[in-house]
Each structure stands twice: as structure tokens, then as C-alpha cells.
Design a protein around this ligand. Sequence first.
Ligand code: ADP
Ligand code: MG
Ligand code: MG
Length: 535
Amino acid sequence: MPGLNNLVANTAYLRAQQVKREELRKQRLSLTLPKPKMSSALRAAVERKYESLCERQPIGIKLFQQFLCAANPQYRIATEFLQELSNWSFAEDEAREKAKLSILAKFCQPESRSFLSYPTGEAAERCKSVTDNNFDVMLGQIKEDTRDFLRGKPFSEYLNSPFFYRFLQWKEYEEQKISDRYFYEFRTLGRGGFGEVCAVQAKHTGQMYACKKLDKRRLKKKSGEKLALLEKYILEKVNSLFIVNLAYAYDNKTHLCLVMDLMNGGDLRFHIYELGERGIRMERVVYYSAQITTGILHLHSMDIVYRDMKPENVLLDARGQCRLSDLGLAVELPKGKSICQKAGTTGYMAPEILRQEYYRTSVDWWALGCSIYEMVAARLPFKDFREKVQNEEVTRRTLDDECKFEHKNFDAPTQDIIRRFLKKKQAYRLGCHSGDDPRNHAFFKSINFRRLEAGLVEPPWVPKSNVVYANDTDQLRDISDVEDVTFEAKDEKFYKQFSTGAVSIRWQKEIIDSGVFDEVNHPKLNGHSCENVWE
Ligand code: ADP
Ligand code: MG
Ligand code: MG
């Protein structure tokens, strides 16, 4: 009964996503944090950098804030000030004006109880001279003064406090070995070159993920080991709202597993072609393109070129925000050097790749131009939908032809941004030299990138929570088998390199978002508060 199997799989998968926090808490055994071993304490000691411990790692941020609030009123004021400043920077219109007046009254008036009295010298003068008019400039500097202050005495006191001990306990927990037993497994969502991708759920927290399983035998047969490591390495390095993030990497007897953000809203190709009317509404095209641009800029800022930009690789999450996925073709560019390597998908490859010339990040902007075109017109600039055409002909058109805009939905800014992305010469292409940031183009005039980057712009379309945006499980089943593979010692070494367990920032977010952090840290719930963890 193939249809029934699929129904059962879908029901379990949809139910898991709606599981309530209370239900999970009942199932979960009470969690006691391990004592930090010397090794994790030492590692953290080596990395005793303020930025990493107090500004980047989510649990670190929380515990540092709790320390500041408990330690001393001036420290508390400093952290409150930073919080309000951050709220102000993301607020709009009236709320922004209100936030500004509140900051002025609370922190910049010497008679206020929460006046910033920790700055000394020049910095102290700055606090007194803030007005409505110089607010933006001055507050940027005072923010830096405040960070300098926190990085000094408060930070070194924190390192000797029970709050930091608690942080080390969480680190110890974070470093536990991950295996299949850590997750519940649900239906298959898609199929890739080395195996399937299925939905999984972390047992402790109820957090849903997608698990990309790479078959060890298939990897060995096709010599895909290096590629798998590279994909894992790049996924782990990026931390962006607009790129699928890696949460865990582990292996079992048969597979290497990459556990990533679950994107249950389907890919953009599916949305362009498979949902009745072809193409995507303009408001959505602009929104997705803005998020994609932000994701690409994030990769480029780390000298990584994506090389596989196409709607099929852009996945939607439950809220309707999109992320770049499948970083299997991405590479890190050598400092200051170009590369010359053919990679990509027919129809999206830039002229410089097709001519086998040297390139750096320019190829992603070309592919984005093709993708925007496709979202609007439901065909590629140089290849019609389902057109039977040789790759050589697509190459010829890409190199020689001008792009035509026959579809009715191409308005002037859309045509212009596509034309600029589709400049055949890298030097003339939008995004390829400093000073022409694609985000400033008129196509994006409705987008506030600062808010978008903070995840604060509501998506124009939200996936339905009772629909599975994936092909039926029966269509995704794999029947082929790989034979004649024997494993050697060097394979084991490679698996070890791959299986690094939880990825810090993502894991810490999971612990906080699921409520596990508050539950364990709550003095009444776990029997000891932060003040008496010294044993
Ligand atoms: P490959 O590199 O082998 O092409 P992909 O990373 O593209 O593998 O994954 C294969 C398929 O699995 C995708 O086309 C998509 O349908 C599904 N998939 C991949 N990642 C996710 C994810 N994070 N969430 C949901 N589905 C995913
Ligand atoms: Mg793929
Ligand atoms: Mg791939």
C-alpha cells in the first residue's frame, strides 16, 4: 500500500512538528549538567576571548548577562544600555523615535538613576554631550566605550564567577558524543547524489532538523570523501539566517550524517513550476532575492564562492523565509587569487566559467540574475522551460545572445537589475566591484536590509502547516546497491575527522529556544542556583 505508507509517514512528520514543550518536558528525564572536565575547561581557557564567550555563543551571552545583572548595578546598567541600543537600531518610525528618547532620558542625563557613570575621561564627556541631533554618531561611539568597559574588569570577574563555571558545564554537555540515538527519525524529504535526506527530531529538545545521510560505500566508490568534508567544513563555518546551518555532524555504521536546519516549505523551483500558475508573485521575488543576496554576500565575505545558485537550491522554512542550501560545489577562494574550474549547472553558468577563464565571486551574481529571471518568467534567460536543447547551444546563447524580456511581469527595475547581473564581462557586472552593492539597486527599494538581516521583515507568503512540500516517500526510495567496497584504516580516520558532533552556536540556540536552558538554569527546577554551583 504505497499511498498509505506515505500518509502514515506524513502524519508522523507533521505531528512531530507540532509537539508541545510541556509534553516534551514530561518525557525528558531531569537533566543534570556534568562537571566540566579539565579538557573542556582548558579549551575554553585557550579561547578566553570576550567576543567569542560573551558576544557570539548564545549560552555565553545569556550567562554573561545574568552575571552582569547580579554583580553590580553599573554592570547591569551597561548591559541594559546595550540592549536598548540594539532595540533602537532595529526599530522603525515612531517606535524608533520613542526608543531614542528613552535612551536619552535613562542613560544620558546625569540626574537619572541609570546614568552611564562607568566611562571615564573622554568617554565620560561624550555621555554628557549627547543630544537629539548628534545621537546617531555619538551613540555608536558610546556603544564601543561600553564594550571596552565590559571587556575589562567585568569580563575578568565573570571568568572567576559561578556563571562561567556554569558555562563550562554546558560546554561539557555540548561536547557529548552524538549518535543515531540522539534523534527520532521521520520521513524522507529528498534524495541526493550520496543518499537520502530525512526529517529528524532531537529527543531532548524536540527541535526538528533535516539529516543528509551520505552512504559510506557510495562515497568510497565515487571518491566523494574530500567533497563531503569540504561541504561539512563550509556549512559549519557559515552562520547566517539565509544559509542552511549545520547543527551536528556524526557517523554511524553505514552513513555520514549532516544534521541541518529543516526547511519544510519546499524549494523555489517547486514554487515556480509545480503550484498551478507558473512563476512567483513579484513581492515574493523581491523578498527572496533580498535574502539570497544577503546569503551570497555572507559567503563572499568569507571568500567562499557558492557556484550552485539556482532556485532548486533555495529552500523555504516554516515561516516562509528562504535559505541557500546544498553547498556541495562551494569552495574557499585562495587569498587574492582567482580559480579556473568548471562547476555549476547548465543554464546558470556564467560566461567566464563556460570560457574556462579565471573567476572569483562574479559567477554567483550571474546565477542570481538567471534565478531572478526564472522566478518571474518561469524559464531561464537562455533556455526555455523543458526545452530540449544541447548544452553547447545553451553555452552559445549565453556567450553571444542578449537576454530578452518578453514576459509581462518584468517591470523596469527588475529588467535593469537582471541586465546588470547578466553583463557578459565580469568587470561590468553588478556586485563585482566595490561601490556597487546590489542591495542599493532600485529593485530592492521596498526592502529594509537592516531589519531583513535581523529576521524582522515578515515574509510575504507563509507555507501551510498541514502540507508536506516534498515528493511522496515512495518516489524517493532508493533501490540501487553498491558492491565491492572494502574499508581501510584511512577511511576510519576520515570518518573521525568528519564526526565532530554538535556545532556550538546552533546547538546553544537549540538549547535556549527549546526552554531547556531556562529549565536547567532555574534554581527551583534543578535544585541549585548559579550561586552555589561551587562544590
Ligand atoms: P545533493 O548535494 O546530493 O544534491 P542536497 O543537499 O541537494 O543533496 O539534498 C537533496 C534533496 O534533499 C534536496 O533536493 C531537498 O529536496 C532535500 N533537502 C536537502 N536539504 C534539506 C533541508 N535542510 N530541509 C529539507 N529538505 C532538504
Ligand atoms: Mg542538490
Ligand atoms: Mg550537492
